[in-house]
Ligand binder design. Structure first.
Ligand SMILES: CC(C)(COP(=O)(O)OP(=O)(O)OC[C@H]1O[C@@H](n2cnc3c(N)ncnc32)[C@H](O)[C@@H]1OP(=O)(O)O)[C@@H](O)C(=O)NCCC(=O)NCCS
Length: 280
């Protein structure tokens, strides 16, 4: 039986189940997500992407998802690196960016982005909302456009998060984990000044919370609203019975990292996006 990688533009129903099985088994072993939440959503919904599969004696034992046309980006189940897969991918794409989420050392390639996963135990001290500001939960079918404007303005320079469309938000609202009571909006003078969207990882063996998206509109930054919204988000997670929370932050986002450290978050893992180019 072949143990080499093959690619497919879509998964058959049987392959989809095999992939989900592999992701679930890997998650149970690693104690964390086997693949980025967005990539898993592509598999769950059967959306278009480049799927890479490796079988051993008829069983699926390797999976990776490649997405994006301008900068093709690949992530392998378990966040690992595999030289055979890289060789196969570089035969099809002149360049690929690889998300590596384990401690395996890679001797070549260039790290172009480092994402830190930080964690804090709960509870933390909560900073009160200032007088005149209103804190309330996101209301689906009412707040979408306003939130997209606020969040895209805050993330204007971010490679992924600054260009969310309505469909990106609606996809997540439709997810079983979506809970508007953990999606907090802060209004000042009738404007959406800041937001903090939290998520509970209900099915994880160590059920924990996540600060999923946090942002302050540029017109309101530097006024303590970031600190207020993170602590209010953590308080809402605590009310749901979780005792620790994580978040992901770009290593280069020093303002946000410093804020999180001051609240007790410590770096637990570093994920690297490594760029590989085919030899010419
Ligand atoms: C990161 C972010 C949420 C912080 O919110 P904020 O309301 O601007 O920050 P705060 O006023 O609460 O200040 C938090 C800390 O950052 C510091 N800070 C805020 N803006 C700063 C700036 N422009 N330069 C340097 N330090 C700054 C504050 O001094 C404060 O530190 P201190 O408590 O030691 O004084 C906000 O800047 C933002 O939305 N950024 C874009 C989106 C983003 O990066 N989100 C986080 C992704 S993980």
């Amino acid at each position: 039986m072949s143990n080499s990688w093959t690619s497919a533009a879509s998964l058959t129903a049987e392959q989809r189940l095999d992939v989900l099985n592999l992701l679930n088994r890997t998650e149970a072993v690693l104690g964390r997500e086997a693949i980025d939440e967005g990539s898993r959503r592509i598999v769950v919904h059967g959306w278009k992407a480049e799927h890479w599969l490796r079988h051993l004696e008829g069983n699926l034992e390797g999976y990776a998802l490649l997405a994006g046309s301008e900068h093709p980006t690949i992530e392998m189940c378990g966040g690992r690196f595999d030289q055979d897969l890289l060789n196969a991918v570089l035969e099809v794409h002149p360049q690929v960016d690889w998300w590596k989420r384990d401690s395996h050392l890679i001797e070549h390639g260039t790290v172009i982005r480092t994402l830190q996963m930080m964690r804090t135990p709960l509870p933390v001290d909560v900073v009160d909302v200032p007088a005149g500001a209103t804190l309330r939960a996101f209301e689906p079918r009412r707040d979408e456009d306003t939130w997209l404007q606020q969040n895209n303005a805050a993330f204007a320079h971010h490679p992924e998060q600054g260009a969310w469309l309505l469909c990106d938000l609606e996809e997540r609202i439709d997810e079983p984990w979506f809970d508007p009571s953990g999606f907090l909006l802060l209004e000042i003078d009738g404007r959406l000044a800041a937001s903090c969207w939290t998520k509970v990882h209900e099915l994880h063996p160590d059920r924990f919370g996540e600060i999923y998206v946090i942002s302050v509109h540029p017109d309101f930054q530097g006024r303590d609203l970031g600190r207020i919204m993170v602590t209010q988000g953590l308080a809402s997670l605590r009310k749901k019975g979780v005792s620790s929370a994580v978040l992901f932050v770009d290593q280069s986002n020093t303002i946000a990292s410093k804020l999180y450290e001051s609240l007790g978050f410590v770096v637990e893992r570093e994920d690297n996006l490594v760029r590989f180019t085919a030899a010419t």
